[in-house]
Design a protein around this ligand. Structure first.
Ligand code: ATP
Ligand code: MG
Length: 252
């Protein structure tokens, strides 16, 4: 019997601070609810937040994987994985940003080839820069979720990104408009945004998903979608339908 490979899903955007990492955590929480094994790979190599947000001290990080692989000390990919809950694992970013310089994208490809058979979904948290690592990661991903905020510069830069993908005839992306990380910035209508980026907006996370107590959740290492105290649990149905849609499970 063939072993089923998990989908590699990258969350990418062209602006920092627009809720990408929070979405990654929330999607992982939905995977836990759906009993799907999920690995979060923190590729914000210089300043990732996943281990901190989950309040877990990783023994080893992606840097140790690269270092061990390079020096013939590599044994098993599980050595670099930190467990969070029954269905959620993560691989942390380097502890020291100086280690990030030593991570070549070819090792990330090797790492992805090793982990994808152990999970139903591999969720990759990225930075907002289209550097060599991110280009390779996006290439390697089965699906990409572009996150855009309701911000003039972000929308303009998203238009450029989409046009690059259209030029390359790459269609494996979906676009999510995230209005949940602040409540005071909804200048442009959906119509305006679609018109500027010349693409459909596939998903919208509205400011209803703004969590006033997010810092408290982070300090406690709690994922909002798994926390009963967070408001409007029924709205998580939207996140659930996004992850099922993008993962191609909608008709299962
Ligand atoms: N739904 C939300 N409700 C309240 N605050 C939020 C929400 N989503 C994100 N935030 C806050 O907004 C800030 C940016 O979020 P986050 O770190 O997820 O964005 P990011 O795009 O990953 O940023 P970076 O580019 O720095 O990696 C954080 O302080 C986070 O706690
Ligand atoms: Mg982030």
């Amino acid at each position: 019997m063939a072993i089923k490979k998990g989908n590699i899903l990258s969350i990418f955007g062209v602006k920092g601070g627009i809720g990408k990492s929070t979405l990654v955590l929330n999607f992982a929480g939905i995977c836990e609810i759906l009993e799907k094994r999920v690995l979060i790979l923190d590729l914000d190599l210089y300043g990732g937040s996943i281990a901190l947000a989950l309040n877990k001290e990783p023994k080893k990080t992606i840097f140790n994987f690269v270092d061990d692989y390079n020096n013939n000390r590599y044994n098993n990919v599980k050595d670099y994985v930190t467990n969070y809950s029954k269905y959620i694992d993560f691989i942390a970013c380097p502890k020291d940003p100086r280690q990030a310089n030593k991570i070549d994208s070819k090792y990330i490809e090797i790492l992805l080839d090793k982990v994808k058979f152990n999970y139903d979904i591999v969720l990759i948290d990225t930075t907002h820069i289209l550097d060599e690592i991110n280009i390779n990661v996006l290439d390697k991903s089965d699906k990409i979720l572009f996150v855009v905020s309701n911000d003039m510069f972000d929308i303009k830069n998203m238009r450029s990104l989409i046009s690059i993908f259209k030029d390359l005839d790459i269609k494996k992306y979906k676009i999510l408009l995230n209005e949940s990380f602040r409540t005071d910035k909804e200048y442009f209508s959906l119509y305006d945004i679609k018109d500027v980026i010349k693409n459909n907006i596939d998903y919208l996370i509205s400011s209803k998903f703004y969590y006033k107590n997010i810092d408290e959740l982070i300090i406690n290492g709690s994922i909002p979608t798994l926390n009963k105290k967070t408001p409007s649990l029924k709205d998580y149905k939207i996140l659930e339908s996004i992850i099922l849609d993008i993962n191609g499970d909608q008709n299962e």
